[in-house]
Design a binder for this molecule. Structure first.
Ligand SMILES: [Zn+2]
Length: 194
């Protein structure tokens, strides 16, 4: 279950996150970036679903995941609890506390995070200091190998603009360049940007 997340979260947090969700029936999905949110939690037809935006920023990904997990745990206990109310804040704090140290986060990000978690907001984007620190890690590892993308994903390649991954053809990936509607083949090891 956590397998699909392993490439998106810091490797030293895989075990911890795995331990949080090992007995839970949650569908996890990594989805293309939505400008309105980083992740969400839904309950539908007796199923729990958490979606997280695809990003190369592993800190953003894991923090969003824990934010959504807090929704899940609170919702399971009390469906009427406010989405970002006191119960949620406490749950978010208790899930994040064990890893809120420099073993897991770089010190500049950690100090803002500790501050933020005293009274977490509904989104990190409402905390300007934390947002700025988090943004620093958006570009560090901005590129991703094309074989890590799903069919249909949009990506940027060098200065050639936007492409869409179509599917695998033998050892290469067929992609559509949005600009000119032409098709191109890329090796799986090609680095692209989301
Ligand atoms: Zn939320």
């Amino acid at each position: 279950m956590i397998k699909q997340f392993e490439t998106y979260i810091p490797s030293n947090l895989v075990l911890y996150i795995g331990s949080l969700v090992e007995n839970e029936a949650i569908d996890f999905k990594v989805v293309n970036r939505r400008s309105t949110k980083h992740g969400d939690f839904r309950y539908n037809n007796d199923r729990y679903t958490i979606t997280i935006n695809k990003t190369s920023n592993k800190y953003r990904f894991v923090l969003t995941l824990i934010h959504e997990l807090a929704h899940f745990f609170i919702f399971k206990k009390n469906r009427l609890a406010k989405p970002h109310g006191l119960l949620w804040k406490q749950k978010f704090q208790s899930l994040l506390n064990p890893i809120l140290n420099k073993e897991y986060f770089p010190s500049n990000l950690l100090s803002e995070l500790i501050d933020h978690m005293k009274n977490p907001k509904s989104s990190f984007c409402y905390d300007i200091n934390l947002s700025k620190k988090l943004d620093l890690y958006d570009n560090v590892n901005d590129s991703i190998y094309i074989d890590k993308l799903n069919d249909g994903d949009i990506f940027y390649y060098r200065n050639l603009g936007m492409f869409k991954k179509i599917n695998k053809r033998r050892k290469r990936y067929l992609c559509l360049r949005i600009d000119n509607d032409k098709k191109y083949l890329f090796l799986g090891s090609t680095k692209v940007k989301l």
